[in-house]
Design a protein around this ligand. Structure first.
Ligand code: DAH
Length: 347
């Protein structure tokens, strides 16, 4: 093997030994650099006679090209290896399941409320919203429940440390009944002085508050108030309408309704509404779902209407209670614990 072949072999071996691009560039300098082996050989040609120069030059060139080819090949190998490592490091496991965004949904009580609103809207009722922090007058006095009247203690009310013009504390409304008066007042005002006033037909759903907490009572709960006032509205209308409502809400006609005499300051006469399912897990038991009654003449007067001319009924039902019956939930507190294992069952 001549000296040039040995040189090429040495270069190949040196390149093969380089495992990083920087090592390879150092090895290249040894052979192809300014003071590398090939340059030295070229310089050495100066002393040769002219006729030998040509063949010697051609042989060195062949060796130089072989070394350059070996260098290029090794560069490529190192680049490939590097890419390989990178690809492996960044590999995606396409068989992993994707990350799913959890689907949100309405709370069961909100669902029940939407249902109630839709049903009453279909029966021609407006849906009204009102303040949760109320004045004493709207929560009690306007509803024929004067200061110091014992019926006030029917509700353990939360009071707010803030007084109205009469020096009475505001309260967190203990029921949605104040909305009867607020809505009817606005309605009466709108039609004041006119020959004919359309009937008042409204429901007012929303949050209510009482100092009360056990499996069936929560300090915050939901009620829906209903009010229908006109010149010729009677208990019969209440019964037909409410029966229609519960049958639609529970999606069954196998359901009975009864009025049970009761007392509320703002209605006279007053009645609890009980329902009984004829089928299903709750069948055969009377279940209380609402208070109701004919609106007391004093309340009609407080609405700004003439009780000699206008009469009607009101009801107040527990939305949470209706939701519990509809979904078969036996502890009210489950609705408000915020436990997704419970809540996600309703989606
Ligand atoms: N406000 C009553 C309560 O919270 C419920 C009620 C009873 C509302 C009779 C009414 C009604 O409108 O007529 O217990």
């Amino acid at each position: 093997m001549n000296e040039l072949d040995t040189l090429v072999d040495n270069a190949r071996a040196a390149f093969a030994n380089a495992t990083a691009p920087a090592d390879l560039e150092n090895a290249k300098a040894q052979f192809l650099g300014k003071s590398g082996r090939i340059t030295e050989l070229m310089k050495g040609m100066a002393q040769l006679p002219v006729d030998e120069k040509k063949s010697r030059g051609a042989a060195i060139n062949v060796a130089k090209q072989a070394i350059e080819a070996a260098l290029t090949e090794r560069r490529q190998q190192l680049a490939d290896a590097e890419l390989d490592v990178q690809l492996r490091a960044e590999a995606l496991d396409v068989t992993l399941p994707g990350r799913r965004r959890a689907g949100g949904g309405l709370h069961p009580v909100a669902r029940a409320q939407e249902r109630i609103e839709a049903i009453f809207a279909s029966m021609g009722f407006d849906v009204a919203d009102g303040p949760e922090i109320e004045t004493d007058w709207y929560s009690f006095t306007s509803l024929n429940n004067p200061p110091n009247h014992p019926a006030r203690s029917m509700q353990d009310t939360f009071y707010v440390d803030m007084k109205d013009e009469e020096g009475l504390l505001f309260n967190l409304r203990p029921h949605t009944s104040p909305m009867q008066v607020r809505y009817a007042q606005a309605h009466a005002k709108k039609y004041a002085g006119q020959e004919h006033m359309p009937d008042i037909r409204v429901i007012a759903p929303g949050r209510t508050y009482r100092v009360d907490s056990d499996a069936t009572h929560s300090p915050m709960f939901h009620q829906v108030e209903g009010l229908w006032i006109g010149e010729n509205v009677s208990f019969k209308d209440l019964k037909v309408m409410y029966l229609d409502f519960v049958r639609t809400f529970f999606e069954t006609d196998a359901l009975k309704l009864r009025f049970r005499p009761s007392y509320f300051p703002f209605t006279e006469p007053s009645a609890e509404i009980d329902i009984m399912f004829e089928q299903g897990p709750l069948a055969g038991r009377w279940l209380e779902v609402s208070g109701s009654g004919q609106v007391h003449p004093q309340v009609v007067r407080n609405m700004g209407l003439d009780p000699e001319r206008y009469i009607g009924f009101a009801f107040g039902s527990g939305i949470d209670r209706l939701a519990m019956l509809r979904y078969g939930v036996n502890d009210l507190r489950l609705f408000f614990d915020g436990d997704l294992r419970f809540l996600s069952q309703f989606q």
